[in-house]
Write a protein that binds this ligand. Structure first.
Ligand SMILES: CCCCCCCCCCCCCC(=O)SCCNC(=O)CCNC(=O)[C@H](O)C(C)(C)COP(=O)(O)OP(=O)(O)OC[C@H]1O[C@@H](n2cnc3c(N)ncnc32)[C@H](O)[C@@H]1OP(=O)(O)O
Length: 197
């Protein structure tokens, strides 16, 4: 039985061109929000997923499975693995396209068990865009970038206005996020000034 139930992307798409200000290949992507379960450094039991921009509209992420991520004894919980992919896919969309978008649909294939202590290397690519719909997919390799594929995922992200977050989210957390981004921007500008005054 085929694991992929339908062609991917499921509709005709335009190629997804990276935003002119997208970080170049080799850039280590920082934490986008300290309280994010996927990448935040303020969430002790979170995934602490870290990502780096690759060549050709790809992003390479990794996270190590800890005891806090178990489902069956000694094995990662499938929902946690889906969360890691949501983060990796969302980070790829956000950083390469620089458009606010949320997950509309996320589909995962679990091919191999992922033990506690193992590291999942997630390679994500942008597959195409159709209006507000962004198609993106990823493979999670066990313990090495070229290790066996343990999990793969496909997702649809839908572009939204910034009011999606202000209307539905926590205004205080949004202010905290904006302040953190402003601080990071000032630090970046200062570094650029020191290199090239
Ligand atoms: C520099 C910046 C860095 C930033 C880094 C950020 C990192 C972030 C990392 C965090 C990562 C974590 C990320 C997260 O966890 S995001 C959190 C999880 N996701 C959500 O909470 C989203 C909740 N859902 C909604 O808000 C709405 O339903 C949305 C906005 C998605 C659509 O409602 P809206 O009323 O706006 O639009 P629409 O209904 O007309 O739909 C539009 C089009 O989409 C198609 N469609 C929709 N759903 C589906 C579906 N299930 N299957 C197939 N198709 C679907 C639909 O048919 C239509 O197509 P068409 O008729 O136009 O052809």
């Amino acid at each position: 039985m085929s694991r992929v139930s339908q062609p991917w992307p499921p509709v005709p798409v335009e190629p997804a061109e990276a935003h002119p200000k997208a970080p170049p290949a080799g850039t280590e992507l920082g934490v986008h929000f300290g309280e994010c379960f996927g990448c935040g450094d303020e969430v002790e039991s979170g995934l602490h997923l870290r990502s780096r921009v690759g060549e050709g509209q790809t992003v390479h992420s990794k996270f190590t499975v800890t005891a806090a991520h178990q489902g069956a004894p000694g094995l990662a919980h499938g929902g946690l693995l889906a969360c890691a992919f949501d983060e990796a896919l969302g980070s790829t969309v956000g950083n390469l396209l620089r458009r606010p978008a949320v997950t509309g649909k996320l589909e995962t294939d679990f091919r191999r068990p992922v033990p506690v202590g193992s590291t999942l290397y997630i390679a994500t690519r942008l597959d195409g865009i159709a209006g507000r719909k962004i198609y993106v997919s990823a493979d999670g390799h066990l313990d090495a970038e070229d290790g066996p594929i343990a999990v793969s995922a496909r997702a649809l992200f839908v572009v939204v206005g910034f009011e999606h977050f202000s209307n539905h989210g926590d205004p205080q957390a949004l202010e905290k996020l904006a302040a953190a981004h402003e601080k990071a921007k000032r630090a970046r500008e200062q570094r650029e000034w020191e290199i090239n005054p």
